[in-house]
Design a protein around this ligand. Sequence first.
Ligand code: ZN
Length: 267
Amino acid sequence: MATLIAWAVVAGLCCLAVGLVLQPLWRRRHLARVAERSAGEHIEAALPKAVACWPALTGAQRQRLIHQLRIFLHEKQFHGCNGLDITDDMRCIIAANACLLRLQADADCFPAVRHILVYPGGFWVQHDQPDADGLVSDEPALLSGEAWDAGRVILSWEDCEAAARGDGGNVIVHEFAHQLDYEATQADGAPPLADYETWARVFGEIFEQLRDTGSPVLDLYGASEPAECFAVATESFFQQGDALQAHHPALYDLLSTYFAVDTRRPS
Ligand SMILES: [Zn+2]
């Protein structure tokens, strides 16, 4: 009897090990099939107006964006808050801007993010977490977006729309840059990378410069902590590629290599 139980345990462990090895393969095949299906005629037709840097994307990058968008819309759940009805246009704008950050070959599409909560406009939050200076405020704050490492992103639709229209900031890109940051062991302004040395040098210089003198193209909020510096720089990279390249060429080159895209407008 004891031998029988031991064999059953061994067989169970073997099945578990095979499952663990094959699971990523099954997931990849499943997502490849999802990416072959259309996300909907209306959604894909709306793409050129959904992302401000669309004119800068090559044909291959646009196809890659559509591929990632289909997976994103299949995997994530959208929730309208304060009575907001989520439309196809909203889904398209949010998904497309998030997927801009995942154009690299073989990049996964934010696997940890499951829920996207969308408010009609800015929303009030009260945090009991200390800020970058270790202080806890008892005042509620009005936010346009927030990223939770538990896999939730919260967005203000008013600000998402402004980003699609070409505003200098982009709350969707900002919050999903934080999600990339969470994929590394520490959310400290660097996503998982092959070369941390160059990243730390370039971002270290930008962070100091922001603190000392500010920047014509980077929001001063980026000087609050390194994680915000990365999120703010990513916003500028996708919304104001030409200006970022003109004022901070080393930062532009670093982000262009990392995101595998050139966001400057074609002349
Ligand atoms: Zn932020």
